[in-house]
Ligand binder design. Structure first.
Ligand code: SF4
Ligand code: SF4
Length: 285
């Protein structure tokens, strides 16, 4: 069973929720797809780290057989190619590895070469297998790393918690596409409602079952809660704005492992989420 945790922006508590849900299961996999700024590993502090590089194919030009037709330059919608001083120049950082220019070259002057864009680290933290995707600085897209992360974990029968990148762009779509259930984490502010509405549209577009966790709740009217009620969205949990939580979180400690009140809260929450997953038979919590 795969549960994706997402939010319209960073800082809402998406990683906090993901880490604590994974820690609350008997055995689980935590996948950090926030490849531009992965930080779940700071909480889990995994051991026995294994690393593998992730690479993509980008074009390489053989100037000796290039006839200067510029077909490749015209084809590339990412402006990753230019024809300057009788030579095709490849701007590797903006190439999205679609391979189209290679197909369109009439003289076969273009071929593929491998380029490492990041890596995946896998380690163990007690009951949790921790997978972390890391995109190298300056690379165009983290999608290949997310694909590789999800491929590595797709055949497991264990509960898999996918910590998505913030926002609703293509890297988030890639992260949720095989999820059985989506958890949307929202803050109790007007900005929180705006960001919640973006991921709400996304999960509806993907026809995913979902529910909302309201984080940092105070005892005052909550615009995100009002949005959920208005749109008939299931609220899975309201997590309070709590000093103890803030202190544990700031010290990169996992609340579900350190604090009995939050251990119970996340165990109950995980069981509630599992019950929401359509046709789900796993009862691990
Ligand atoms: S592989 Fe695609 S993105 Fe990269 S240079 Fe060629 S056409 Fe452009
Ligand atoms: S399509 Fe091929 S032959 Fe034409 S400019 Fe590009 S590399 Fe050269």
């Amino acid at each position: 069973m795969k549960i994706a945790v997402l939010s319209g922006k960073g800082g809402t508590g998406k990683t906090f929720v993901s880490v604590n849900l994974a820690a609350s299961s008997k055995k689980s996999i935590y996948v950090d797809c926030d490849v531009e700024e992965p930080n779940g590993h700071l909480f889990f502090k995994p051991n026995n780290i294994q690393t593998k590089n992730v690479s993509v194919c980008i074009p390489s030009v053989d100037s000796a057989i290039c006839n200067g037709c510029r077909n490749c330059v015209d084809f590339c919608k990412f402006n990753a190619l230019a024809y300057i001083l009788n030579k095709v120049i490849v701007f590797e950082e903006v190439c999205h590895s679609c391979g189209g220019c290679i197909l369109f070259c009439p003289t076969k002057a273009l071929s593929e070469k491998e380029k490492i864009i990041g890596k995946i680290e896998k380690g163990i933290s007690d009951n949790v297998s921790v997978y972390t995707g890391i995109l190298n600085t300056g690379e165009a897209t983290g999608v290949p790393i997310i694909k590789s992360l999800l491929e590595d974990t797709k055949n497991s029968n264990e509960l898999t918690i996918i910590d998505c990148p913030p926002g609703s762009a293509c890297i988030v779509m890639e992260s949720i596409k095989d999820a059985d259930f989506c958890v949307l984490v929202a803050e109790p502010t007007i900005f929180g409602v705006h960001n919640l509405s973006m991921v709400y549209e996304l999960v509806n577009l993907f026809k995913k079952p979902y529910g909302v966790i309201l984080n940092k709740c105070l005892d005052v009217p909550n615009p995100a809660e009002e949005f959920c009620i208005k749109n008939d969205i299931k609220i899975l949990e309201k997590i309070p704005y709590d000093n103890d939580l803030g202190t544990l979180n700031s010290n990169a400690l996992i609340c579900a492992r350190e604090n009995s009140k939050y251990k119970d809260l996340f165990k109950t929450l995980l069981a509630k989420i599992i019950k929401e997953v359509p046709n789900e038979t796993i009862t691990d919590s």
